[in-house]
Design a protein around this ligand. Structure first.
Ligand SMILES: *Cc1c(COP(=O)(O)O)cnc(C)c1O
Length: 381
């Protein structure tokens, strides 16, 4: 049996343990310290545009603290892209607020600006109140249509929290994803483009927001020799050990982006002649995806009935991991009662879409092995 090929694995650069060793040597084995500061600084430099970064225990925690500071509370509504991982929407519920889901558009698979505007107007009609925030997602690294989304956000004066968990290093109109919203979340979970084993960060537009984020992430402890609290806080700060991994990973981030983009290119070349397979693709030169995961759509009408599930099972039997696209949140039992605005674009993508192995440590041989299995199944149809 061939070695297993995974969807997306952690990929160390080699310098990570140097930062961890230093933390041990100086006994900074705590959820703050020099590695945390350095990691935040490296992220700020990378993003440009004067963003203030706070390293946290997860991307989910980042969304939670971002929404909290946007004033989201009990009974409020928050607009969220439906086509995403549950972590985009769960923090809305942590705050006692309710998600309103908006469908995707065909070009990027991300939040449809048209349905976003419709959703805002319909919610105002239904509840008499504007939604408190908008959460667009850059899915699989593909930038959402941020100009259109921000125009609507400005028109209705609703703040944007960008979910850039999958999009570190992606760009839209020459600007890094995560630099557009009032807040932005990043994730360094084990499967993301770089990892801290588990971790995340909140990008803030103002220094004061970053200070407030640290405050909430450390139990809302006030500046007093005793432990003084006037607000509810959380234990969300990143460990100095995890941040050490992050510091090492930042040194290889450009390589990791280049490798993931290369994977995408190799798959596109290998599968270009194959009828019935299309790719999530940058619509034009405004969009630059980190191609965290290369994703395809299988059209059974053009493959003689072969579905994405057939392909997934064939790959699995060849010891290759692939995965259906995210199941939209409006189809999830836990959110079944929540309003949804769209034309089912995300449902169709979900039904026919497959994420291919996309890790930055995959070899050209690995990629060809994946492509050949897809080709042979579709050629023998
Ligand atoms: C990974 C991910 C998150 C959450 O990040 P964690 O660090 O795992 O909490 C949020 N949104 C999206 C779209 C993600 O892919």
């Amino acid at each position: 049996m061939n070695n297993r090929i995974y969807l997306s694995l952690a990929h160390m650069g080699g310098q990570e343990q140097k930062f961890i060793q230093k933390a041990f040597d100086t006994n900074w084995v705590v959820p703050l310290g020099p590695n945390v500061d350095e990691f935040e600084g490296k992220l700020e430099n990378f993003l440009g545009k004067n963003k203030h970064i706070v390293a946290l225990s997860s991307g989910t925690a980042a969304i939670h603290l971002g929404l909290l500071q946007l004033g989201v509370g009990y009974g409020d509504e928050v607009i969220c892209q439906s086509f995403t991982f549950a972590a985009s929407a769960n923090p809305i519920a942590y705050l006692g607020a309710k998600p309103v889901f908006v469908d995707s558009e065909q070009d990027t698979w991300n939040m449809s600006p048209e349905f976003l505007e419709l959703a805002i107007n319909e919610r105002v009609k239904a509840t008499g109140k504007k939604p408190k925030a908008i959460i667009p997602v850059h899915l699989y690294g593909m930038p959402a249509k941020m100009s259109e989304i921000l125009d609507i956000a400005v028109k209705y004066e609703i703040p944007v929290l960008e979910d850039a968990a999958e999009a570190l290093g992606s760009e839209y109109k020459g600007q890094k994803c995560g630099a557009f919203g009032e807040f932005a979340c990043f994730s360094f979970n084990g499967n993301k483009i770089i990892t801290t084993s588990g971790g995340g960060a909140l990008g803030c537009s103002a220094k004061q927001q970053a200070r407030k984020t640290i405050f909430y992430a450390t139990q809302a402890r006030e500046d007093a020799p005793h432990y003084q609290h006037s607000e509810i806080g959380y234990n969300y700060r990143m460990s100095n050990i995890c941040a050490g991994i992050g510091c090492g990973q930042m040194e290889v981030l450009p390589d990791r982006i280049a490798q993931r983009r290369k994977n995408n290119q190799v798959y596109k070349q290998c599968l270009s002649e194959i009828e019935g397979i299309t790719f999530q693709t940058e619509p034009n030169s405004d969009f630059r995806s980190n191609y965290w995961l290369t994703s395809i759509i299988v059209n059974p009408e053009k493959t003689n009935g072969i579905t994405r599930e057939d392909l997934r099972l064939t790959l699995e039997s060849a010891n290759i991991e692939s995965r259906p696209l995210w199941k939209p949140m409006h189809l999830q039992p836990v959110f079944a009662e929540r309003p949804f605005y769209g034309d089912r674009t995300s449902e169709k993508l979900f039904e026919n879409g497959l994420c291919l192995p996309s890790g930055s440590s995959l070899t050209e041989n690995d990629l060809e092995r994946v492509a050949e299995i897809i080709i042979s199944q579709l050629r023998n149809k």
